[in-house]
Design a protein around this ligand. Structure first.
Ligand code: HEM
Length: 510
């Protein structure tokens, strides 16, 4: 009897499971049909809105996904030198602009960002400066700008040099053996170490030990955002949420948020106690970003809420390390590919340092040739290759009107390779940035940090870090290209290489 009951139960259960699987299938079919209908309506409207702009033919469903590679942009650029429509996934349709004349009017506005790539960051960085819009953006930008004043940035140079030295010491083993190594991951940890010190005054030790859960979480979040960007079914919120990667993303977000909230709470407590605050600042002898954010007040003496503070700190954590890691890694690669320019930079740096171990704030303006090489590398390998805007108002380009609601992809990469602006754009030539040559070009021909009111607030911080790290590295090592490992550029939120960036190094002869 017991056995009978057991089998009866099992049969009911299976029937239940069978019914459930049918319901699930029907729900899936309805969902997929709804998505396909939405995509097709969106595509039709988009084709109508942008029909005056000719562009490369795409697949009816996948658009240009399969053709979209960095090397295609200059090719399309030659055929359509101003703008062309492009489709990244069935749901993401852009008017791709890559000429300074077209870029200028868009960057002159404070219009909202598109809701494609930036959306993947929202659960982590929240409505921080990068993604927010309107009055909130305006208020925050005003409150945060003093945090990037020269006086605040000055003491960071020493912190950046310390982080760079840790990385360069680790590299001694590669110099001794002259073996090829992948450098992007080293540089990422180094820039994360730097931003941790500048944002929180936190000695993360992340370059030597990986046990810090917050560092692990930030690293994981950057990787998962990049993965989500790459895997097209993950563009859908529901699919990503239900996937193992979505679970890992939520877990890492929780760790990052708990950490940031706790650091803010502790620092607020210290700041509330005036005496302690003074001691703390004297002990540190510099103000970190968190101090600046906590003390920021508008005309009504209103500061930022805890939620807003957390969003800004998390935004700096993302924007402040992945972008600079990309910039530095590609500069190293450019230097390795161009040994004669590398040697000129080294001689300039040696002359300025005159035997000093570390580069100082005052030295940063004395290395013009190195600065031109850094700019040329930012032109050829822009760390942020693409930006998105959703038009809140119609815009007219040479009598062609693009209606409000359209999404514009501003291809920084495309602008930097536009053959109507740059002669031989694929050639590394730092002299393009001699003042007399720069004066001949549109200010919107070189926009690695964007331009206009929504340009990069961390531009000076980033340029300082780039100069410090390049100077410290070239002083110690010769960077050598490895012909067996040519990097394959891939546009993600930041410019990366599909197969990493591999170099060989050797110690500079004294
Ligand atoms: C080489 C390094 C960097 C590059 C190439 C870079 C580039 C950019 C670009 C192109 C934008 C505009 C993005 C858009 O409109 O969608 C931007 C915005 C921004 N960047 Fe950077 N960035 C770098 C480093 C940094 C650093 C170090 C920080 C902070 C410490 C930072 C903080 C921000 C913030 C907060 C915004 C949003 C500004 C706003 O909308 O008002 N960036 N960056």
């Amino acid at each position: 009897m017991e056995l009978y009951n057991y089998f009866a139960k099992l049969a009911t259960f299976n029937l239940e499971a069978f019914r459930l699987s049918h319901v699930f299938l029907v729900v899936c079919i309805i969902y997929i049909s709804a998505v396909l209908i939405k995509w097709s309506i969106k595509r039709k409207r988009w084709m109508r809105d942008l029909e005056q702009f000719p562009g490369p033919p795409g697949h009816w469903l996948l658009g240009h996904v399969t053709q979209f590679k960095e090397e295609m942009i200059p090719k399309w650029g030659e055929q359509y030198p101003y703008a062309f429509p492009i489709q990244f996934s069935p749901d993401s349709l852009f008017l791709f602009v890559h000429h300074p004349f077209y870029v200028k009017p868009i960057l002159a506005t404070t219009g909202p960002k598109d809701d494609f790539g930036y959306r993947f960051l929202l659960p982590w960085i929240g409505e921080g400066l990068l993604v927010t819009a309107g009055q909130k953006w305006f208020r925050h930008r005003r409150l945060l700008t003093p945090g990037f004043h020269y006086d605040i940035l000055k003491p960071y140079v020493k912190l950046m040099a310390d982080s760079a030295n840790v990385m360069l010491d680790k590299w001694e083993v590669y110099a001794r053996t002259e073996q090829t190594f992948e450098l992007f991951q080293h540089v990422s940890l180094m820039t994360l170490d730097s931003i941790m010190k500048c944002a929180f005054s936190c000695q993360s030790n992340c370059q030597t030990e990986r046990s810090n859960p917050y560092i692990k979480a930030v690293y994981e979040l950057c990787n998962l955002v990049n993965l989500r960007f790459r895997v097209f079914p993950y563009h859908n919120d529901l699919i990503f949420h239900m996937s193992p990667h979505g679970y890992r993303y939520r877990k890492a977000c929780k760790i990052a948020h708990t950490h940031t909230a706790e650091v803010i709470r502790q620092r607020r407590e210290i700041l509330n106690n005036n005496k302690k605050n003074k001691d703390e600042c004297q002990e540190k002898r510099y103000l970190d970003f968190l101090d600046i954010l906590l003390c920021a007040r508008d005309e009504q003496q209103q500061g930022l809420s805890d939620e807003a503070l957390r969003a800004e700190v998390d935004t700096f954590m993302f924007e402040g390390h992945d972008t600079t890691a990309s910039g530095i890694s590609w500069i190293f690669y450019s230097m390795a590919c161009n040994p004669e320019h590398q040697q000129k930079c080294r001689e300039e740096i040696q002359q300025v340092l005159m035997g000093k171990d570390n580069i100082g704030w005052e030295d940063l303006s004395k290395i013009p040739y190195t600065t031109m090489c850094i700019k040329e590398s930012l032109r050829m390998y822009p760390p942020v290759p693409l930006m998105g805007r959703k038009l809140s108002q119609p815009i007219t380009f040479f009598l062609m009107e693009v209606p409000a609601g359209c999404v514009i992809g501003i291809s920084i990469y495309g602008v930097h390779y536009n053959p109507t602006v740059w002669e031989n754009p694929k050639v590394f030539d730092p002299l393009r940035f001699l003042p007399e040559n720069t004066a001949k070009r549109s200010p919107h021909a070189f926009v690695p940090f964007s331009a206009g009111p929504r340009n990069c607030i961390g531009q000076n911080f980033a340029l300082n870090e780039l100069k410090v790290v390049v100077a410290m590295t070239l002083r110690k090592y010769v960077l050598i290209k490895d012909p067996d490992h040519t990097p394959k550029m891939i546009p993600r939120l930041v410019l990366r290489s599909l197969n990493g960036i591999h170099l060989k190094i050797k110690l500079v002869e004294k």
